[in-house]
Each structure stands twice: as structure tokens, then as C-alpha cells.
Write a protein that binds this ligand. Sequence first.
Ligand code: AMP
Length: 194
Amino acid sequence: MNIVLFGPPAAGKGTQARKLVADHNLIQLSTGDMLRSARKAGTELGRKVACIMDTGGLVSDEIVIALIEEQLDANRDIAGFIFDGFPRTVAQARALDRALESRCTAVHSVIRLRVDGTVLLDRVSRRFEDENREDDNPEIFKERLATYNEQTAPLLPYYSAQGKLTEVNGMADVETVSLSIAKVLSVQNALRRR
Ligand code: AMP
């Protein structure tokens, strides 16, 4: 089963993706983590994306699509993927649909973690202190949120039109959110097996 975890930055996608990996034997594909690793390793790609990441913008569709395709090819015999922080534009969503279709599979479920802006700002200032992520700085975070609203939120109608979108209250505690996601997936799995 291929799942897209959808939501604004700091909605809890990474935390929930890691839980799903443990519970369902899936592979988490986080483009944010891949880009951070490239930066840490000091690769050409890392240097190329540093400035845009530090200012809260989006890295080009071509770069992130190539990263995802590489991982799809490297992990052929697995139960499915959890896409975390990808897709972030309609062009990326279309490319993902094509990439999966050419591998005889598809996006099966899109779970939107719904979190209010004030809760996000509160969470991210805590994360800024705990994890020292430069792009969690409140000013840059506001940019990331604006980028989400302009370029990523339009994916909601895209997936809704495909009948794949389910909303979960992302403001509850981690365990409650995780339970809600598990319930959604179990219903969807049962329907798929029919
Ligand atoms: P994240 O950890 O998912 O919040 O990603 C951190 C940063 O990496 C984002 O603010 C973007 O600059 C970049 N990034 C991650 N995923 C994508 C994507 N799918 N498309 C474009 N840029 C991305």
C-alpha cells in the first residue's frame, strides 16, 4: 500500500510516518530528509539546494522527482511506501502518479493531517529549540507556511477528485493521531481486498 502523508510543515508527518513504518513494514520516503542528508554530506546537490531550503522555498520539481524515482527503483520488493513531504506541487503529484503507474502500482491513500496555524507556530518554535533546524526559525517558518498554502494546498482538490483523500485531526496527541490513521488505513485495506 502506498500512502501520502499530507499536511503543512510541522503537522507531524515525519513522526506519523515513522510509526507507520514500524507497524506496516513500509518504507518512508522523505524528500526533506534526503535533501538534508545531501547537504550534510556536502554533495553538489546539497550545495545547490541549500539556499532555497534556508529561505523556505521549494526545491525544483525535477530534483525531488529524481530523488523519489531513485528510491522507487532501489526498493522494488516491498509492501509499499509512505511519502512524507512529497508531493508538494501538482506537477510532483502527476509525476508520482506516472512513476507508480509505470511500476504497476498507484497512490492508494492520502491522509491529510489537519493542524491550525497557531498550533503549528507553537510546535515549530519548540522544534527549533530542540532540534536546531535552521528552517524552523519563526521568520523562515512563516515563509514555508506561505509556500505550503500557495503551492501545496492545491493538491487537496487533486487527490480529493481521485477519491483518495481522508482528513485526520492532527492536533490531538501523537498516539491519538496514530490511532486515527490506523483506523482509516484498516478500513481502506478492507475495501481494497473486497
Ligand atoms: P521538510 O523536511 O519536508 O519540511 O522539507 C524541508 C525543505 O526541503 C522544504 O522547506 C523544501 O525547501 C525542501 N523540500 C522537501 N521536500 C520537497 C518537495 N517535495 N518539493 C520541493 N522542495 C522540497
